[in-house]
Every structure is written in structure tokens, then in C-alpha cells.
Design a protein around this ligand. Structure first.
Ligand code: ADP
Ligand code: MG
Length: 337
């Protein structure tokens, strides 16, 4: 059954929601064959894209459309943040399946627009088609001064490794959505941080810009696949190794209890759970205190030292047991097979 919307009608809806754009930068937004924006005098453009495919990257069964709209953008903003950039423009291309009704699309696009305006990022174009499955592809353009861009390839031995927030939350939140019956005796409020992390992740844009501008950061990336994998990318690109301190990995208070219910090891979830969208970065040797003070002056206190960069290669997890190589994977918990 075809639902009661036309592509043209939807484009009008998106254009209307896109609201006002900064006319000094954007000469033409939605409405012509191409969008037109001016070049910038200083700094570089950063450009990133992500694709979200229904039932692979999200499930409509539990994801409210408004929050899915926010997340569609947040995962891209996170990539801009991970290089120290500020988001400026967005393009959104979507294939919409016939079972989507106008109300769902409306709520989804409100979520998109809400987060874009929070970040002063203008929607300047896209494409809209019908498809057999819901597919969402977002492109974000951001800007950063040349000397404030942080890459993955600049970590050096002796640098400490930090994360900007709790780990494993989004993976736990996803499991709660998948298996709600397991958690019916939990207080909803206690589970909320985990659910929020999965359903409505925050991109750490402000922090990314601060870290870039500090000049004190070695390498950085966002945590999309879990620290075991994401840190392995930094190590590969920087030609170094890393050690992670299992005991120091931050997690929400409720995580241990949730993991008991899931019969999963909490440390395993923290190192291998994806989609936390926190920042992972190294701090230039001897500059830790300076950076912590700088961040503290900007009201940011919740960053956690979780390891250090060493010579060699690979990522090792240090716990009370023998070190385990965890690069690009989770680690097999003792006793769990
Ligand atoms: P064309 O046939 O030239 O690709 P379209 O009819 O697809 O033009 O798009 C018309 C205008 O609407 C363009 O400016 C395009 O960028 C914009 N647009 C289409 N789909 C979207 C969308 N999903 N989000 C934002 N803008 C869109
Ligand atoms: Mg088109």
C-alpha cells in the first residue's frame, strides 16, 4: 500500500523545517539543482558521511522517530567533533519505504532539524526517494583552523589515553531495547542513561573543538565501534601500541547490574560495545595537568584516563589477570567460553 505522501510534499516539509540559514555563507539552500555556499577565508573544510540502514543500524520497533532523527545527525556530528571541527552544513538523502506514514516522517524530520539547529548547522539539500527499506544517508560539512585539526595518526609513546564519558552504555541500552522482559523489575529511571545513550547519543562537538584548540592533544577519534577497535585504528595509523587499564574504564553505575542480567562481562561490554560516541584521545606527554585545567576552566570535568600509548603495536587490556590482546575485537572473558 502506498502511503499518503509524495516526494515533493516531503521536500517542502523538510525545506520549511530547515528554517532560516546564514545568508552570508549560503547563497542557495534547498530548492535548486545544487546548493551554493561560499568558500571560507581561513581553515579547512571537513566532510563526512554515514549511512543508516533499517534493521542493520537501527530498529523502528523501539526507536522513536524523533530520537532516530536526532541520532541520524548525531553520528555524523561526532565524526566532525573527532577532528576538532565545527559543523556548518548538512545534506540528507533518504529512501523511504511505503509503510512509513507522514506522521512518522514528520516526527523524524523534527528530530533532524532540532539537533541541526542546536549545532547551528544548516540543512542545504539532499535527495528523497521511495525504496523497499528505510535508508538514511547524511553528509555533514564542518570547518576547522588548519592547526586545530586532530588526526588519528599522531599518537606517540608515553602519551596517556583518555575517554570523555562512560563506555558500554549504548550497547547495554540496545540490549535493554531488544530484551525488555529481562529488565521489567528494574526502575525505568535507573536504565535511562543507558537507553539515552543508545536512542539519543550526544555528539561531543564542544569538547572536540576545545581539544583541537588546546594544541595539547596527540591523536583523537570518536568511539563508534568500542575502544578495543577504535584505539586499534589510532595505533595502526600512529604506528604505536596501547595499554588499557581495565579497572579504570568508566561506566554507568547501573551497568554491572544490567550485565549480570545479560550474563555478559561489564569490562567486555565497555571495551567492545559500539556507538557510545564519546571521544577517545591522547594527551601530549607531560601536558595532562595543563589540559585538565584548560577543560576545567570550560566546565568539563568528566574525562577519564584509561590507558597509555607504548612502543610497538597492538592494544593490550591490563586487568588483575595476564594482559590480553584486544585490538579490533572484544576479549573472551574467562569462563564464558
Ligand atoms: P533534483 O531532481 O535536481 O535532484 P530534487 O527534486 O531531488 O531535485 O530536489 C529539489 C531540491 O530539494 C534540491 O535543492 C534538493 O537538494 C532538495 N532536497 C531533496 N530531498 C531533500 C532532503 N531529503 N533533504 C533536504 N533537501 C532535499
Ligand atoms: Mg534529487
Amino acid at each position: 500500500m502506498q502511503n499518503e505522501w509524495s516526494e515533493l510534499e516531503l521536500i517542502d516539509l523538510f525545506a520549511e523545517k530547515a528554517g532560516s540559514i546564514d545568508k552570508s555563507a549560503v547563497l542557495k539552500g534547498i530548492g535548486d539543482d545544487c546548493a551554493i555556499f561560499r568558500g571560507i577565508d581561513e581553515g579547512c573544510w571537513l566532510i563526512t558521511t554515514d549511512i543508516l540502514v533499517e534493521d542493520t543500524h537501527f530498529s523502528r520497533a523501539w526507536h522513536p522517530p524523533h530520537l532516530l532523527g536526532r541520532k541520524s545527525i548525531a553520528v555524523n556530528l561526532s565524526d566532525i567533533a573527532a577532528m576538532g571541527g565545527k559543523p556548518r552544513f548538512a545534506l540528507m538523502s533518504i529512501a523511504l519505504s511505503d509503510d512509513l506514514d507522514k506522521e512518522w516522517i514528520d516526527k523524524w524530520s523534527e528530530g533532524v532539524q532540532e539537533i541541526l539547529s542546536e549545532h547551528k548547522c544548516a540543512l542545504i539539500g539532499g535527495d528523497t526517494a521511495r525504496g523497499s527499506q528505510l535508508v538514511i544517508n547524511i553528509v555533514i560539512l564542518g570547518v576547522a583552523p588548519d592547526d586545530q585539526i586532530v588526526l588519528r595518526n599522531a599518537a606517540a609513546p608515553g602519551e596517556n589515553i583518555y575517554v570523555s564519558g562512560p563506555l558500554g552504555s549504548a550497547a547495554a541500552g540496545l540490549e535493554i531495547c531488544r530484551q525488555p522482559a529481562l529488565f521489567k523489575n528494574f526502575e525505568k529511571q535507573a536504565l535511562q542513561p543507558l537507553l539515552d545513550s543508545h536512542l539519543n547519543p550526544e555528539a561531543r562537538v564542544e569538547l572536540g573543538v576545545l581539544l583541537g584548540s588546546s594544541g595539547l592533544v596527540g591523536a583523537m577519534q570518536d568511539l563508534s565501534d568500542g575502544i578495543a577497535t577504535d584505539l586499534a585504528h589510532i595505533c595502526d595509523q600512529s604506528k604505536v601500541g596501547a595499554e588499557i587499564y581495565g579497572e579504570r574504564l568508566p561506566g554507568e553505575d547501573i551497568l554491572e547490574q544490567v550485565c549480570l542480567e545479560l550474563q555478559m562481562d561489564a569490562t567486555y561490554l565497555k571495551i567492545s560495545g559500539g556507538e557510545d560516541y564519546e571521544l577517545l584521545f591522547t594527551v601530549r606527554q607531560g601536558k595532562d595537568e595543563e589540559l585538565l585545567n584548560f577543560l576545567g576552566d570550560h566546565g568539563i570535568k568528566d574525562i577519564h584516563r584509561v590507558g597509555r600509548i607504548v612502543k610497538g603495536k597492538g592494544v593490550r587490556l591490563l586487568t588483575e589477570h595476564a594482559p590480553v590482546d584486544v585490538a579490533f575485537q572484544g576479549y573472551q572473558h574467562r569462563g564464558s567460553g
